[in-house]
Design a protein around this ligand. Structure first.
Ligand code: ADP
Length: 262
């Protein structure tokens, strides 16, 4: 009898049979990707494995050739995308980007009209609280363009949290962050996850970065070639499929909810 997966809280992400061809490359070749609500999970895969393309499909920026995508139980569209937070790897800022952190965050608020360039006590308090939550309220009046990678990352998370997301997608979350900064970052994500009870998807090419912090790991290489707990996915066979390299064998048993596509 077929195994029945029961998700009492439903699925945050439900992708079935997703196919995308770009130019001559079949980038996504039938991706099935199911993320239960309320967990921190990792989507990993080497460069070129289709992570960005899958993210673009989730965000409604890339139309798939075939397959379905549902977020929080709904078809991708403006309504559900309001309930999703997306934190990009970086923003194409240069030194000429003139907004301060306060001004940048205020773009996220619905009514920006008249007060955008002015200071308003209640708005400022709200924005400051969002920064305080991610430990960077001291950056309030700093120019965005002058921030370090780690500081910008936190400001982008604060920006996302202002929209009260139920699902947070983080693309290469620790690119441009130093090693001690990385540990702090995952501590922060764990805390945000706990406090807001949201689903978090960490997207990364580096399994070692994310596996300690994820309840579940999905390895992408045109398809989801392996998924399971971090321990399950860390084994040599499945990682070889995702990365095409040899890694130290890891004790491995096939538990429930874990599978390979051979
Ligand atoms: P990742 O984010 O995992 O590095 P991507 O989704 O960016 O993977 O890319 C997957 C593959 O698709 C790569 O081989 C890349 O060269 C190819 N690709 C991406 N965009 C295009 C495009 N516009 N035209 C043709 N090929 C593309």
């Amino acid at each position: 009898m077929a195994e029945i997966h029961f998700h009492p809280r439903g699925l945050a992400i439900e992708v079935r049979g997703l196919r995308v061809t770009l130019g001559d490359t079949a980038v996504l070749r039938g991706v099935d990707f199911h993320v239960p609500k309320g967990q921190i999970v990792a989507l990993i895969g080497p460069n070129g494995s289709g992570k960005t393309t899958l993210l673009r499909c989730l965000l409604g920026l890339q139309r798939p050739d075939a397959g379905q995508v549902r977020l929080l139980g709904e078809e991708v569209g403006p309504a559900v995308l309001k309930r999703i937070g997306y934190v990009p790897q970086r923003l194409p800022f240069d030194r000429s980007f003139i907004l301060s952190v306060r001004e940048f965050l205020s773009l996220r608020l619905r009514e920006t009209r008249g007060w955008f360039w002015q200071r308003h006590r209640s708005t400022d308090a709200h924005l400051r609280a969002a920064l305080a939550e991610v430990g960077v309220d001291h950056l309030f009046d700093r120019p965005i363009a002058g921030l370090s990678g780690g500081q910008l990352q936190r400001v982008l998370i604060a920006f996302s949290l202002l929209g009260k997301p139920e699902l947070l997608l983080l693309d290469e979350p620790t690119a441009g962050v130093d090693t001690p900064g990385e540990q702090d970052f995952y501590g922060l994500i764990t805390e945000v996850h706990r406090r807001h009870k949201l689903t978090v998807v960490l997207v990364s090419h580096d399994l070692s970065m994310v596996y300690r912090h994820a309840a579940r790991v999905y390895a992408l290489n045109g398809i989801i070639c392996c998924e399971g707990t971090p321990e399950e996915v860390m084994n040599a066979d499945s990682l070889k499929q995702a990365y095409g390299i040899h890694v130290t064998p890891y004790h491995h048993e096939h538990g429930p909810g874990h599978h390979h596509v051979h």
